[in-house]
Design a protein around this ligand. Structure first.
Ligand SMILES: [Zn+2]
Length: 250
């Protein structure tokens, strides 16, 4: 094989690996778009749970204030009733007893009135946090819809690009010299896409597993023979700037 043909084969192999890398990029674009949707879905669920929690807390506060108010009203009614009974008291003793009960209830209700005010205020002050939490759900839902729309728009683009690259790959692999094509196909069967191939890096390092490639195999590559990494089984090719030392056929 002439060094020109050797260069041509490795250029084909670089192109093929480049196409596999493009496929991988497309797949990871799809994956991250899908991930964004999932993240947003999780955020919606989280904001919803947070809102539910605050809402429940607020409802309890309102109930608490209402209960205090109901109790206040009950005692207030009792005080009013006893005040009318004062006029009908049949004895001084009964009158004094009613007076005492009224005073006692009044004291309880003065304290309750303070409670009602403070509990009502507490519930009112808490309400904005509930509203804020509700707004956060809407925000998260909007972000989820945007992420879903992005994914929807991406699907046909990725599908079309993948199809084009795969067609191109099939053609390019068919064009590869048969001596290289067999081990290449074998590596492609064992690995997932771009992982099947690796360039020589730093002169003699497998770009896939970072192990040193014995010099005799680098020589074999330069002489136009294929090489599959002894350590990781990836199909090895020469990078663009590699100096091919076999110039005898030039
Ligand atoms: Zn390797």
């Amino acid at each position: 094989m002439s060094s020109q043909s050797i260069r041509a084969v490795h250029e084909q192999l670089r192109t093929i690996h480049g196409l596999y890398r493009q496929l991988k990029t497309l797949a990871s674009r799809y994956k991250s778009a899908q991930l964004r949707v999932n993240v947003q879905k999780k955020k919606v669920a989280e904001t919803q749970a947070h809102y539910d929690e605050l809402k429940q807390k607020h409802t309890e506060m309102v109930l608490c204030a209402r209960e205090a108010e109901d109790q206040f009203n009950l005692i207030d009614a009792a005080i009013k009733r006893r005040k009318t009974q004062l006029d009908e008291a049949k004895s001084n003793k009964e009158y004094t007893s009613l007076k005492e009960q009224i005073a006692e209830d009044q004291m309880r209700n003065d304290a309750l009135a303070d409670d009602v005010i403070s509990l009502t205020e507490k519930a009112e002050n808490f309400a904005p946090a509930v509203e804020e939490a509700k707004a956060k759900i809407a925000e998260a839902q909007e972000a989820q819809a945007a992420a879903e729309e992005e994914l929807r728009a991406l699907v046909p683009v990725i599908k079309e690009d993948s199809q084009r690259i795969q067609d191109d790959l099939r053609k390019k692999i068919q064009e590869v010299d048969s001596e290289f094509a067999t081990p290449l196909r074998q590596a492609l069967r064992s690995f997932d896409g771009d992982d099947a191939m690796a360039p020589v890096e730093n002169g003699n390092i497998c770009g896939g597993c970072r192990m040193e490639i014995p010099m005799r195999y680098i020589v074999a590559l330069c002489e136009g023979h294929p090489y599959t990494c002894c350590s990781c089984d990836r199909f090895i090719y020469l990078p663009k700037d590699f100096t091919i030392t076999n110039d005898e056929d030039d």
